[in-house]
Write a protein that binds this ligand. Structure first.
Ligand SMILES: [Zn+2]
Length: 373
């Protein structure tokens, strides 16, 4: 991967990441395509909205339809027909959160499939083998997750294990590359440590010393801690991360979370929020959230957001969306998801342009002013 910083403004970074499949301009939001598709949308929708990278979930794809099958179709790109980049997670998070009786040990995570109860074992090496078959552009390593709050002893253990697995993963990846496997694929490590400064520093310094990694992620946040704790942890952690590699904050968040963390030096984000919230009626706009299900929108002739350039806002009224949602029409999910994803992608484009113009402070002020904050 090629990486360069194009400009910084008040701590916020505008960078360019080049993978084998696309050129990604940051800050970037990666829509979540759990099952090889962003829910209710397809590859052409993503292309039309200008998405350069989407996320796939290794756990789901490994179990069904299996990475072996996806490999036969030319990996995720060939299978889904999305030609730009994919980032795949390690599967560890879902093994931890979705399956029954997941159990980590020193060498990996044993879990039962949530689909058929079959037993599987993920190791730092096996999750890379799966991601080689998926042929994602950025692969995440297996990390040892802990539910928060937890004891210091357990968090310490998680950091030790995560570092041990990171060393095994990067060693394995270098061996595989030497054999011609995953040559164009990049690999990111994941910094853990809860909201503790001491643990975050320990995890960040241990992992960032492993200089063969192509980028670094901050994991284990946005799991119910107060927002300010998340922002403080990110601000503290980024100082231990290299400047010349991408920084990815996993699973975050609201539009406000993105703006706050861009200012703290984060380049990449992903979250299910725009698609999940679209499905329950919450639409993101330049003036804040709007619940389209409310009776006040029944006869509203305006689009969701007059300043939005998405397909839905250019063609349909709030009244129509309100009706489709109340009637349980599948079309609602598509139109609402198109709008929310477009809003997130466009917010990142605006943020980048503010950084390039060294206009970050004014941009952020205006972002909150439009929301009445
Ligand atoms: Zn729109």
């Amino acid at each position: 991967m090629k990486f360069q910083i194009d400009k910084t403004s008040n701590g916020a970074r505008a960078c360019t990441i080049e993978t084998a499949h696309s050129t990604i301009l940051t800050p970037v939001f990666m829509p979540v395509g759990t099952q090889g598709t962003v829910k209710a949308l397809d590859a052409n929708d993503m292309l039309e909205m200008g998405a350069k990278i989407i996320l796939g979930n290794t756990y789901h794809l490994y179990l069904r339809p299996t990475s072996k099958l996806i490999k036969k179709f030319g990996g995720l790109h060939g299978f889904s027909k999305f030609p730009n980049s994919f980032l795949t997670d390690s599967g560890g998070f879902q093994a931890f959160s979705l399956s029954d009786n997941s159990k980590p040990d020193e060498n990996g995570i044993m879990f039962k499939s949530h689909i058929d109860g079959s037993k599987h074992y993920f190791t730092p090496q096996s999750v890379l083998d799966t991601q080689y078959e998926l042929n994602s552009d950025i692969m995440m390593i297996l990390d040892d997750l802990v539910a928060l709050p937890n004891t210091n002893e357990r968090i310490k253990k998680s950091i030790e294990r995560t570092t041990k697995w990171a060393k095994e993963a990067i060693e394995y990846h270098m061996e595989q590359k030497a054999k011609g496997v995953g040559v164009h694929q990049n690999i990111f490590a994941i910094i853990q440590g809860g909201t503790s400064k001491e643990f975050r520093k320990l995890s960040a310094t241990q992992l960032c010393a492993l200089s063969d990694f192509d980028g670094f992620a901050i994991g284990g946040l946005s799991v119910g801690e107060p927002n300010q704790d998340m922002y403080d942890t990110v601000e503290w952690t980024t100082q231990f991360m290299p400047e010349n590699k991408p920084r990815y904050l996993m699973g975050v968040g609201t539009p406000e979370d993105l703006i706050e963390n861009i200012e703290r030096g984060v380049d990449m984000f992903d979250c299910v929020m725009p698609t999940r919230n679209a499905r329950n009626g919450t639409l993101f706009t330049s003036f804040g959230r709007l619940n389209i299900k409310k009776a006040e929108f029944k006869e509203d002739i305006k689009p969701i957001d007059e300043s939005c350039g998405c397909y839905t806002c250019k063609n349909f009224t709030r009244a129509y969306l309100n009706h489709l949602l109340r009637a349980g029409e599948i079309t609602y999910f598509r139109l609402a998801s198109l709008h929310n994803i477009y809003y997130y992608l466009d917010l990142m484009r605006e943020a980048r342009s503010a950084i390039l113009n060294d206009n970050w402070v004014e941009f952020k002020k205006e972002f909150y002013a439009k929301r009445g904050k």
